[in-house]
Design a protein around this ligand. Structure first.
Ligand code: F6R
Length: 608
C-alpha cells in the first residue's frame, strides 16, 4: 500500500525523504514522487516504477534543494500506475502539494462540484480532488482549510500537505489510515510507518483520527477538527533501526524466518514469571475470564489462519466455544455477540482496514475487544480495550513469518492461562504446558537446521502448476498457512484442505505427479491422515509428509518426509509451519521471483 514520508529541519530534505521511502518499499508500490519547498515554488518530481527511477532523476535527491518536503510511494487504486497519477498532486497554481494514503470514497461528487467551479483535473486519482478542495478553502489559514476539507471527505486518508506560503511547515492529518510524527533535534518527521524514520528517531507521536498536525523544524502542534490546539504524549518505539535492515540475508523473508526463535522467545518469556503465566495486559479479572461464554477470533490472511489454529487450542484447553471469522465477513454480517463474549482481533500491522472495521463492529455491540498486535501504537492497538503485543519487531517482507509465529505463541499463552483460571486443565498439565512452551524457541531453531533438505526438495517442485496441502485438526490450520505462503510468493496455484474433505470433491483434481503436502503431527489423527495420504497416492500424487520425530511409519506412505521435534500436541503448528515457510521461500527463489515484494500484494492492507 502507499507510503508517506515528510521532513522539515536543517538538512536537505529530498535525500532524507528518498531514504525514508526506501524503507517503505516493502509495503508495495508502483510509482513514487517528491514535493520540495524551494525559494520560488514547490518543486514536484514523480516517476513510474521503482524508487531508483526517482533517485536517478534527482541525483539521489541532491538535485532538489530545500529543507522541507513530502514524499510518497503509490500503490494504484484509482487510475493506472503512471507519472500523472503518481503523488504528490497539486492545485493549478502549484502552491499546494498533497500526498495521500487511503481512498476518498466520495471523490467523484467532490470532483463534479469542483469542475463546476472551473477546477481542472489532470489525473484519474481520488487524491487530486484534495489538492483542489484545499485550494478552494485556503485563505491563509492552513488548519482551517484542512478542517473544512476533512469535513467534505468520506473514506480513509492520511495526508501530508505543503502550502507554499507556509515555508518550513509540513501539515498532516489522518482518518483511518496510520500516520506518525517523529521528533529529532535536527528537524521533525512525518511518516505512515515506523521503519521510514527509525534511523532518525524512536520518539514519535501517533496521530489520532481526525487530528491535524502542523510540523515545523522545531515545533509540532496538534489540532482537533474544531481547530483547537490539543496536547499529545510522545511515545518511544523500542525497535532497533538494524531490525529493519537485511543484515546480510538475501531477502527480508529469510532473515525473518531466522528471527523466529527470538521473536517467539521475546513474546513468551516476559509473560512467564516463576513458572506462572502472567497476562495482566488482558485487562480482565479472573472472574471475568471465568464468565466468558464465547470467544470470537478475527483476522485477515495469515492472521486469520492463526485464528483457525487457535480455535483448536483454546477450545481444548479453556473449554470455551471459539468462533473464527474473516474480518471482511464479520464486519458486514451483523454478528450476534452474546453477553460475556470476548472478541480477539489478530493483526501484525494493526492497520488492516477490515480488521479495524471488525473491531469497531464488536465494540459497538458491547464486547470486550482484545487486540493481538505487533505494531505498538497502531490503530488496533489503540482502539482495542486491551492489547497483547507480539514482540516480533518490524516485519518487512510482505509474506508474514515471524509475526505469524508470535501470534500463535500469544494464543497459546491465552489458552493455557484461561485453562488454568477456569480449571479446565489440571495444575500438572498447566506446568507441563508452560515448560514445553518455553522450549519452543529452541525447537524452532532445530527445525531451521533442516533447511538444505527442504531447499533440495523445493528445487524439484519449483515448476509445479498446482500444489495441495492437507491436514486434520490443528494440522489443517498449518496447511492453510503453508498453502498461502506458497501461492503468495511463488505464484503457484495451491489449495489447503481439511483432509477429511478430500473425498467431497477435491480429490478429482489429483493427477499423476501432483505434489500433496500432508501435515500429520496430531497423534490421535495420524492414522486417519495416513489413510487420506494413501487415497491421493493411489491417484498418482507425490507425497511430502510432515510429521514429528518418532512417526517413522510416515516413510511407508510419503515419498519424502520432513520431521519436526516432538512438542505438546497444541504447539505443533509452530514447528510444522517452519518447513512450509522454507518450502515457499525456496520454490519462489528457484523461480527467480522477488519474494519480499510479491506482485499485486501490499504489506499492510489499509484500504478495503
Ligand atoms: C500473508 C500475509 C497477509 C496478512 C494479512 C493481515 O503472508 O502477511 O495475509 O496476514 O494481510 O495483515 P495484518 O496481520 O497486518 O492485519
Amino acid at each position: 500500500m502507499c507510503g508517506i514520508v515528510g521532513y522539515t529541519g536543517c538538512n536537505q530534505a529530498a535525500p532524507i525523504l528518498l531514504e525514508g521511502l526506501s524503507k517503505l518499499e516493502y509495503r508495495g508500490y508502483d510509482s513514487a514522487g517528491l514535493a520540495i519547498e524551494s525559494e520560488d515554488k514547490i518543486k514536484v518530481v514523480r516517476a513510474k516504477g521503482r524508487l531508483h527511477v526517482l533517485e536517478e532523476m534527482t541525483d539521489n535527491g541532491r538535485a532538489m534543494k530545500g529543507t522541507c518536503g513530502i514524499g510518497h510511494t503509490r500503490w494504484a487504486t484509482h487510475g493506472v500506475p503512471s507519472v500523472v497519477n503518481a503523488h504528490p498532486h497539486c492545485n493549478a497554481k502549484k502552491t499546494i502539494a498533497v500526498v495521500h494514503n487511503g481512498i476518498i470514497e466520495n471523490y467523484q461528487s467532490i470532483k463534479a462540484h469542483l469542475q463546476k467551479k472551473g477546477y481542472q483535473f489532470e489525473s484519474e486519482t481520488d487524491t487530486e480532488v484534495i489538492a483542489h478542495l484545499l485550494d478552494s478553502y485556503y485563505q491563509g489559514d492552513p488548519i482551517e482549510a484542512i478542517a473544512k476539507t476533512m469535513v467534505r471527505m468520506t473514506g480513509s486518508y492520511a495526508l501530508g500537505i505543503l502550502f507554499f506560503d507556509q515555508p518550513g511547515k509540513v501539515f498532516a492529518v489522518r482518518k483511518d489510515s496510520p500516520m506518525i510524527v517523529g521528533s529529532t533535534p535536527e528537524g521533525n518527521f512525518l511518516a505512515s510507518d515506523v521503519p521510514a524514520i527509525l534511523k532518525y528517531t524512536k520518539n514519535v507521536y501517533f496521530v489520532d483520527n481526525m487530528e491535524i498536525v502542523s510540523i515545523g523544524a522545531d515545533s509540532i502542534h496538534f489540532y482537533n477538527l474544531d481547530q483547537e490546539e490539543i496536547e499529545k504524549e510522545i511515545t518511544t518505539i523500542n525497535w532497533d533501526a538494524e531490525a529493519a535492515e537485511k543484515g546480510g540475508y538475501e531477502h527480508f523473508m529469510m532473515k525473518e524466518i531466522y528471527e523466529q526463535p527470538k521473536a517467539v522467545q521475546d513474546t513468551i518469556s516476559p509473560r512467564i514469571k516463576d513458572g506462572e503465566i502472567v497476562l495482566e495486559e488482558l485487562g480482565m479479572t479472573e472472574d471475568e475470564i471465568r464468565k466468558i461464554r464465547h470467544i470470537y477470533m478475527i483476522g485477515c490472511g495469515s492472521a486469520y489462519h492463526v485464528c483457525v489454529s487457535a480455535k483448536y487450542v483454546i477450545e481444548a484447553l479453556a473449554r470455551i466455544p471459539v468462533e473464527v471469522d474473516l474480518a471482511s465477513e464479520f464486519r458486514y454480517r451483523d454478528p450476534i455477540l452474546e453477553e460475556d463474549s470476548l472478541v480477539i482481533i489478530i493483526s501484525q500491522s494493526g492497520e488492516t482496514a477490515d480488521s479495524i472495521a471488525a473491531l469497531k463492529e464488536a465494540k459497538s455491540k458491547g464486547a470486550h475487544v482484545l487486540g493481538i498486535v505487533n505494531v505498538v501504537g497502531s490503530s488496533i492497538a489503540r482502539e482495542a480495550d486491551s492489547v497483547l503485543y507480539t514482540w516480533a519487531g518490524p516485519e518487512i517482507s510482505v509474506a508474514t513469518t515471524k509475526a505469524y509465529s508470535t501470534q500463535l505463541a500469544a494464543c497459546y499463552l491465552i489458552g493455557i492461562y484461561f485453562g488454568k483460571i477456569r480449571q479446565t486443565i489440571t495444575d500438572e498439565t498447566y506446568q507441563e504446558l508452560v515448560e514445553e512452551l518455553m522450549k519452543l524457541p529452541d525447537k524452532i531453531q532445530r527445525v531451521l537446521g533442516d533447511k538444505e533438505r527442504i531447499q533440495w526438495f523445493a528445487n524439484k517442485f519449483a515448476a509445479s502448476k498446482d500444489i495441495f496441502f492437507i491436514g486434520r485438526g490443528l494440522d489443517y490450520g498449518t496447511s492453510l498457512e503453508g498453502s498461502l505462503k506458497l501461492k503468495e510468493i511463488s505464484y503457484i496455484h495451491s489449495e489447503a484442505y481439511a483432509a477429511g474433505e478430500l473425498k467431497h470433491g477435491t480429490i478429482s483434481l489429483i493427477e499423476k505427479g501432483i505434489l500433496v503436502v500432508s501435515v500429520a503431527t496430531q497423534p490421535e489423527l495420524y492414522e486417519k491422515m495416513i489413510s487420506n495420504m494413501v487415497e491421493v497416492k493411489s491417484r498418482g500424487a507425490y507425497l511430502m509428509g510432515l510429521t514429528c520425530y518418532g512417526n517413522y511409519s510416515m516413510e511407508d506412505t510419503a515419498n519424502f518426509t520432513i520431521y519436526v521435534p516432538k512438542t505438546a500436541k497444541y504447539f505443533t503448528n509452530s514447528l510444522a509451519v517452519i518447513p512450509l515457510q522454507l518450502l515457499a521461500y525456496y520454490v519462489a527463489t528457484a523461480r527467480g521471483l522477488d519474494v519480499d515484494k510479491p506482485r499485486n500484494l501490499a504489506k499492510s492492507v489499509t484500504v478495503e
